[in-house]
Structures are given as structure tokens and as C-alpha cells.
Unconditional design. Structure first.
Length: 613
């Protein structure tokens, strides 16, 4: 989704805005723009199509000096990517200039109203309509920014995080939020706003989260918050410390964020495991409010998430069912809203989200709350919307994840679900103390085993050459391997643009086999001892139709004779193989993307944090 930034202080605003936009580029990158107030009557707006670098180039030849401004990186919804549709947008007299992340659903109706009042429109965007609506109320009632913003908010349906500059209030930048994320931060003689923490980390790690239906202003020395009635609520807002290092948003020695984040996995997983083990190596969820007694009382688990986080849920549900004796139901958050199944009051709903801002996932959380189902958020961003509304939050300690395709957050979510499942199984008396200990011991070996896979990166890099020219790749697996293969397939398709799909291996014969020929690559994942032989038969089925096969298995099995290429991972408890299997498959996707000359950090048409339905 789009990213917005705002700055007011003593430094050159354009530098702060461009740096912030670069940090937020993962939220959208089809066009970008900034508006800088050069003096009380002049606002310079510069926009360009394409990545932020295009904007940087354009601005470098211009003389833009001012210490206040707003910026935007766009992921288009209304109106194609183009300079005219890029933000900032403005009222015709530049009385109001603004940037917006979100969607105004009733923009057409609002536009017609404004057309009747002699407004005209230069872009196809809903944002231009919203900016002009604020301008309309501001002028009609002569009521100042807070009331004009609030009147426009009440009339608008949809979601927004807004940053605005008013001509008459040249020492302030105004903001408002509903549905889309927005944070505010204060430095020494300067203030900031942004869609997300990474944009501001090099300036400050102390932020305010703006809640829905709040608006306010930032100036050099003051931050103000107001509610929908226009009442000052600044005293009620809490400053939150983010414990991420400023350096963690840099690429360091790596050419892309994705490969950096792949390599950060051992450390991130270690930190995440440690956060849920006490000094005696017992699993501890009590510090986030989940007691053994509560776990014991549960008789069903629901899991709701989108994208890769949903794939974590698919693995987690199988582990829960394997060891806890209770059922787990996993649903795409975007589909859950259309389902009307009876919800068990003794169930816990686990909501998984890296960003904590995905709209579909957040709505699943709200639906659980309406049904009086307790919610546990597994989330990477402290203070994000989902963590604020969930009953319990288990943070993952992946640090900021910038590449659009998730790697380290996925891996950290997996280990939290492993630990949760073991705690649940133990509290329900489904596993004894020695199994409990040995499962924890197995999980603790994951980081070092991932290290050993990463040490063999060059093998995967060469194997990627076999994929760059492929048009179709199928991933197959059974059980936990099937769940894992869905994530592997998503990784490959999102960053290499190769059509790839994941199939339950047992389903091949029910349709997919007709697609297999010499041009197709099949990646078979077979890490589960009890399913091994069946998987070997599936490999043979593919081979006998001319398909090429890459098999992935633990190093205690040998399928080399049956496949064209083989990847091995260290042996581990079969429940936890997804944590190891995913590593070479992330690398395979990454190097295939590189081999095709694609920027793996910013796949076309995708955004990391999706705050629309
Ligand atoms: C987007 C991203 C995916 C991510 C999904 C859910 O589609 O491109 O990588 O898995 O959103 O995001 P979340 O932040 O909720 O985990």
C-alpha cells in the first residue's frame, strides 16, 4: 500500500522526505511525490512515475528549499500509475495540499457533490476528492483545519491516513487516520509523521500511534491530537519505544534486503525462541497473559491470516492437531468474513501478521471479537493495529522486514506457533515432560541448522539457473510438506514471475498430471518419514511423464536416483522441518529472481503491507 511521510523542523525537508520514502518504498512504488513549503505562500510539488529513484533524480536538478513538507510513495488503487495521479494532491488554489494512504469508497458521490459546487478535477484519484472536500468545508464554514478534517472524515467511507498542509497554517502539518496506519514522532525542534516505523528509525525510536478517527497537527515543537468532536486529547496519548536499531533498516553488505533478511533468520529465530523460554528452558507465555490454566481450558484453535502468514497457519494447525489432541481450523482472513460457521466459545483465535496492519487480517480479528472469541496476535510490529486490539500478543523478534517477500518474519512466526503448540499439548497432558523437553530441544537446534544450510548457498544459486527459463513450476508435498510447499511456491512466483503452484502430491493424479511434460519443473518436498514412500511414487509419476524433478529431503534419506536434482537439509524432528526446508527454497526463489534481472525486493504490482480489502 502507499507510504506517507511528513517533516517539520530545521533541516531541509526534501532530504528527510526522500529518505523516509526510500524506507517506505516496500509499501508501494509505482509513483511518488513530495510537497515542500518554501515560504508561507509557496508550496513546491514534485512528482514522478516509477520508483523513488526517479523522483530523487528529478528533484536533484531543482532548487527546493524548505523545512516543512509531506511525501508519498504510491501503490495505485484509483487511477493508473502516472505523474498526474501521483500524490501530493491539492485544491486548485493550493489552500490544502495532501497525501493519502487508503481508499475513499464513496469518492464518486463526494466528487459529484463537489462538482455541483464548482470544483473541477485534474486526476482520477479518490485522494484529490478528499483534499477538495476538506478545502470545501474549511472555506464554507471558516472553521479551521480540525473541524474541516473531521467534517470530511464523517462524510467519507473507506480508509485513510492523511497528511495535509493548509496555506493559512504554514507552521503546521495536519494529519488524520481511519483504518490505515499512521505514526507521529517528536525530535529536538522537529516532528515527523509516517506510515511505518522504518521511515523514522534513523531519527527517533519513540513514536505515537494515531488511532482511528483521530486527527491533529505537528509543528517544530509541539504535537497535538484531537478527537472527532474536535476536543484536545493530547494528554491521553502514550509515547511508545520501538526497540529496533536504526541500522537494521540498511542493507549492510548485501545487495538486496531479501538476501539480507534470509541471512538474518538464525539470529531472528534465536531471539524469538528466547523470548518464549524462561531461564529453566520452560515455555513461557504467561508474560503475555496466557496461563497454563487458560491453555488447558481451550478446546479448539482458529487461525486467521493472509499470504505467507496464512501458510504459517497451515503448518501450525497440523502441529497443533498432531500433538495437542484438539482441532485447529485455518482460514484465509480475506475469506473468513464470508463464512458463517458456529464459533466455539472455548476456542482461541490466532491472528498472524508480520505488519499487524493487513486489513483483511484485522477484520478477521474484529469478527472474532464480535463473536466473543479471544484472540492471540502473532505479530512482528509492536504497537501495530492488530497488536493493540488483540487480547494477547506474541511478538516475533525478526526486526524490521523491508523486502516485500517475507522470509525472516515467516520463520519467526513458525517458531512461535511451534512453542505455543508444545505449551498447549503439555498443559493438556497430551505430552509428558520428557517429550516436552525433547521438543523444546529440537526447536533450539533450528538456528544452527539454518546456518549450515546458508553455508551451502552457492549450490542453490547454481540450481536456480535451472529455473530461470521455466514457464511452469509445481511444488508438491504431503502433510506438513504440502503446507510448506505453498509458501515455497508463493516465494517463487512473487519475485520471479514464473507461474508456480503448489499441489498436494496425492492430488497430482486427479488433474495436474495432465500438465506435466519435459518443459515443467516439479519441486518435490519429502521430509516426513511416514510419507516418504508415497512421495517417491509421486516423483516417479512425474518423471515418467517427462517432467524434471528437484527433490528436497532431509539428509538421512536418499532420493537422488529418482530425481534430476536434489537438495538436502539437516535432519530434525519431522514436525519442524518447514523451518529448514523453506531456507533453500527462499534462496532458490531469490536467485531465480536475480537470474531473471528482477529486483527481488520490489516485485511488480505487490506491496508489503496491504491495508485495503
Ligand atoms: C502482503 C505481502 C505478503 C504477506 C501478506 C500478509 O500480501 O506481500 O508477503 O504475507 O501481505 O501480510 P502480514 O503483514 O499480515 O503478514
Amino acid at each position: 500500500m502507499c507510504g506517507i511521510v511528513g517533516y517539520i523542523g530545521n533541516n531541509n525537508a526534501k532530504d528527510v522526505l526522500l529518505e523516509g520514502l526510500k524506507r517506505l518504498e516496500y509499501r508501494g512504488y509505482d509513483s511518488a511525490g513530495i510537497a515542500v513549503r518554501c515560504d508561507s505562500s509557496l508550496v513546491e510539488i514534485v512528482k514522478s512515475e516509477g520508483k523513488i529513484d526517479n523522483l530523487v533524480k528529478k528533484i536533484s536538478s531543482l532548487n527546493i528549499n524548505g523545512t516543512k513538507g509531506i511525501g508519498h510513495s504510491r501503490w495505485s488503487t484509483h487511477g493508473k500509475p502516472s505523474e498526474i495521479n501521483a500524490h501530493p494532491h491539492h485544491s486548485d488554489d493550493y489552500n490544502v495540499v495532501g497525501v493519502h494512504n487508503g481508499i475513499i469508497e464513496n469518492y464518486q458521490e463526494l466528487k459529484e457533490k463537489l462538482l455541483r459546487h464548482d470544483y473541477s478535477f485534474y486526476s482520477e484519484t479518490d485522494t484529490e476528492v478528499l483534499i477538495k472536500l476538506i478545502d470545501y468545508y474549511y472555506k464554507k464554514y471558516n472553521i479551521g483545519p480540525v473541524d474541516a478534517i473531521n467534517k470530511a472524515i464523517v462524510r467519507s467511507r473507506g480508509s485513510f491516513a492523511l497528511a495535509l498542509m493548509f496555506k493559512d497554517y504554514s507552521d503546521q502539518i495536519w494529519f488524520a487516520k481511519k483504518g490505515s496506519p499512521l505514526i507521529i514522532a517528536k525530535g529536538e525542534g522537529e516532528s515527523f509523521l509516517a506510515s511505518d516505523v522504518p521511515a523514522l528509525l534513523s531519527y527517533t525510536n519513540k513514536v505515537y500511534y494515531v488511532d482511528d478517527f483521530e486527527c491533529g497537527s505537528i509543528s517544530k515543537n509541539e504535537i497535538k491530537f484531537y478527537d472527532l468532536n474536535g476536543d484536545d486529547i493530547t494528554d491521553t496519548k502514550k509515547l511508545v519505544s520501538i526497540d529496533w536499531e536504526a541500522d537494521s533498516v540498511n542493507k549492510g553488505i548485501y545487495p538486496y534486503y531479501m538476501i539480507k533478511e534470509i541471512h538474518e533468520q538464525p539470529e531472528a529465530i534465536k531471539e524469538t525462541i528466547n523470548a518464549y523460554l524462561d531461564k529453566n528452558n520452560n515455555i513461557d507465555f504467561l508474560h503475555i497473559g496466557i496461563s497454563e490454566k487458560y491453555l488447558k481450558s481451550l478446546d479448539e484453535i482458529y487461525i486467521y491470516a493472509c499470504g505467507s502468514a496464512y501458510h504459517v497457519g497451515l503448518v501450525g494447525a497440523q502441529i497443533i492437531e498432531n500433538i495437542t489432541g484438539i482441532n485447529a481450523r485455518v482460514e484465509l482472513a480475506s475469506e473468513f468474513k464470508y463464512r458463517n460457521y458456529h464459533m466455539n466459545p472455548n476456542a482461541l483465535a490466532i491472528i498472524i501478521s508480520q505488519s499487524g496492519e493487513t486489513k483483511d487480517t484485522y477484520e478477521a480479528l474484529l469478527k472474532c471479537k464480535e463473536s466473543n472469541i479471544k484472540t492471540l496476535a502473532i505479530c512482528n510490529v509492536k504497537g501495530s493495529t492488530i497488536t493493540r486490539d488483540a487480547d494477547f500478543t506474541a511478538l516475533t523478534y525478526a526486526g524490521p522486514e523491508i523486502a516485500v517477500a517475507t522470509t525472516k518474519a515467516y520463520s519467526c512466526q513458525l517458531v512461535v506457533l511451534y512453542l505455543f503448540s508444545i505449551a498447549l499439548a503439555f498443559s493438556k497432558g497430551q505430552i509428558d515432560i520428557s517429550r516436552y523437553r525433547s521438543l523444546i530441544e529440537d526447536i533450539s537446534t533450528i538456528p544452527q541448522k539454518i546456518e549450515s544450510i546458508l553455508n551451502n548457498e552457492s549450490t542453490i544459486q547454481s540450481l536456480a539457473q535451472r529455473l530461470v527459463n521455466k514457464k511452469d513450476v509445481f511444488f508438491i508435498g504431503r502433510g506438513i510438506d504440502y503446507a510448506l510447499s505453498m509458501e515455497a511456491s508463493l516465494k517463487l512466483k512473487e519475485i520471479s514471475y514464473i507461474h508456480s503452484d503448489s499441489y498436494a502430491a496425492g492430488e497430482l493424479k486427479h488433474g495436474t498430471l495432465s500438465l506435466i511434460d519435459e518443459s515443467v519443473m516439479v519441486i518435490a518436498i519429502l521430509t516426513q518419514p511416514d510419507l516418504f514412500e508415497k512421495m517417491v511414487s509421486n516423483i516417479v509419476e512425474v518423471k515418467s511423464r517427462g517432467g524434471k524433478v528437484i527433490s528436497l529431503t532431509t539428509d538421512n534419506f536418499n532420493v537422488q536416483v529418482k530425481s534430476d536434482y536434489n537438495i538436502t537439509i539437516p535432519t530434525i524432528n519431522p514436525l519442524f522441518t518447514p523451518s529448514l526446508s523453506i531456507i533453500p527454497l527462499q534462496l532458490l526463489a531469490y536467485y531465480t529472481s536475480i537470474g531473471k534481472g528482477i529486483d527481488p525486493d520490489k516485485p511488480k504490482n505487490l506491496a508489503k503491507s496491504v491495508t485495503v480489502e
